[in-house]
Design a protein around this ligand. Structure first.
Ligand SMILES: *[C@@H]1O[C@H](CO)[C@@H](O)[C@H](O)[C@H]1NC(C)=O
Ligand SMILES: *[C@@H]1O[C@H](CO)[C@@H](O)[C@H](O)[C@H]1NC(C)=O
Length: 192
């Protein structure tokens, strides 16, 4: 490698390290218009079949401190994992229909059989803190689309293999799928 190349490489490494110093390399609204066209924001499946996720306003992406807003679309038959988090979460269903499975059993050993709630276009619901839940698009005809508002971002999600897995065995997935590329600092423990 020529000396010049080495210098350039060093410069880029230094820039990279300094931009990551606070652990939020993606956090910036600089250069972003204040009013953004949702149709032009980036969507991604993050490797999850049937999912399209967009961070409308994010902690790591935009420096939000208290809330985060997502727009998510689930194709027929696709679903979230069974999971819990110690933040509040509000859903506003924009399109389609599906099923919310909710186990309000954070004081027992494991979630147990969940209650089923039909969800539908123009419905809203919230998930109590630490309740295990899962959302399925059970509609064979249509996509299910909703806005999700979560507090205390970036979200720390504990994932269950099934409804009888002990709360203490649920696996922390942090940073969550869409936060992975922006997050570089190890998580703090935040378990039940
Ligand atoms: C928002 O983006 C969509 C897709 O690019 C475009 O069709 C629409 O006209 C845009 N809306 C405005 C108000 O610019
Ligand atoms: C949702 O409900 C509100 C309040 O009744 C209504 O104004 C709005 O048109 C509804 N939207 C849809 C998509 O049905």
């Amino acid at each position: 490698m020529s000396r010049r190349l080495v210098l350039v490489a060093l410069l880029f490494t230094a820039l990279y390290l300094s931009s990551n110093a606070d652990g939020y390399p993606c956090s910036s609204t600089e250069g972003l218009p204040l009013v953004r066209n949702i149709s032009e924001l980036t969507q991604n499946s993050y490797g999850r079949p049937g999912l399209s996720h967009m961070t409308v306003a994010g902690s790591l992406l935009h420096g939000m401190k208290e809330v985060e807003v997502w727009l998510q679309t689930f194709a027929s038959g696709s679903h979230t994992p069974i999971h819990r988090h110690s933040c509040e979460e509000v859903f506003v269903v924009l399109k389609g229909s599906g099923t919310l499975y909710l186990a309000s059993n954070s004081h027992s050993k494991y979630p147990g059989n969940p209650q089923e709630f039909p969800i539908f276009s123009n419905s809203t619901f919230h998930i109590p803190v630490n309740d295990a839940h899962q959302i399925w698009n059970t509609n064979k005809e249509e996509d299910l689309q909703f806005l999700v508002i979560v507090t205390r971002p970036p979200v720390k999600v504990f994932i269950y293999d099934d409804w009888h897995m002990p709360h203490t065995a649920a696996k922390l997935k942090f940073p969550y799928y869409w936060d992975e590329e922006c997050y570089l600092i190890p998580p703090t423990k935040d378990e039940l």
